[in-house]
Design a protein around this ligand. Sequence first.
Ligand code: ZN
Ligand code: ZN
Length: 378
Amino acid sequence: MAEQRDPYDVLGVSKDASADEIKKAYRKLSKKYHPDLNHEPGAEEKFKEVNEAFDILGDPQKKAQYDQFGAAGAQGGFGQGFGGQGFGGGDFGGFGGFSDIFDSFFGGGGASRNQNAPRQGRDLQYEMRLTFEEAIFGKTTEIQYSREETCSTCNGSGAKAGTSPVTCSHCGGRGFIQVQRQTPLGRVMTQQECDVCHGTGKEIKEKCTTCHGAGHVKKKHAVQVKVPAGVENGNQMRLQGQGEAGFNGGPYGDLFIVFVVDQSKEFRRDGAEIYFNQDISFVQAALGDEIEVKTVHGNVKLKIPAGTQTGTTFRLKGKGAPKLRGSGNGDEQVTVNIVTPKNLNEKQRLALKAFAEASGKKSFGEGFFEKLKKQFKD
Ligand code: ZN
Ligand code: ZN
């Protein structure tokens, strides 16, 4: 697909243009470049471009989507379904999609879809950053974001107090009009969404002064979020009805919270299992010991059996992260790393020599230590 121009530029309106200004600009330009009226080269492309721009800016839902996410947003929404565990699925809003493009191109859309039917509002996405610990233990927090809410002055009708929307005179309330359209297959008669009422079949003569006819107003919205214990990076949670206001009395959309979890310097986590590396001395490994090991639940005692090899993994039952599905915690798996001592003092060296002799490894012990001793004596 070719790079799409900014629809605001195409229609020559500012980013904060009202629905009315956008509509006016579109009507002017679509008349100017209409293939039936304008036979100059390039007019047809312009006409198509103007229609595409209005397809986005003329639809409050697509426009809001475009304003927030750019061209990709207006076309397809954020359809990347993180495989959330046990939370709502990845069913992002039902706009865009291939069949919609196909329909509107060939004119099926305006006729087949009842624009007056209640429609659910747009879904929103909120990225929430969590520390490693917050993800494990959960937390309750309040988040704030701005969203389109139903205008309380007009209750979403868009009409001024005391008035109501009337049947659209342009399309007779049908919501669509018959137009000739140039397509790669030739000129065809198609049905197009009415550009006066945007397919609603209703016209607002006197607009609500609060929302200027949109029926929605942008508002700051706060919501309490209870982050469940045990969430992981990329999990998402659906909060029903916390998205944007619906259309024609339809319900609010949903809010999808996507968790972004910080990594820990000490621990590594995979689901409910936590992994931790613990250094021990070779004496502890050889003789055995009881040590204190760090866990996300505080320090825990761990018995190191005599004769432990480096790389051995011990399991601390229930000291991992909570299981998001099911109950209880995972484990902490502690892998020990035996540290070879450096910079031995004389006493330690002698002790090791004695150890080597006791082990019957004279060739290694004598050769190495005798040489060292001689160096000191000479
Ligand atoms: Zn209003
Ligand atoms: Zn109409």
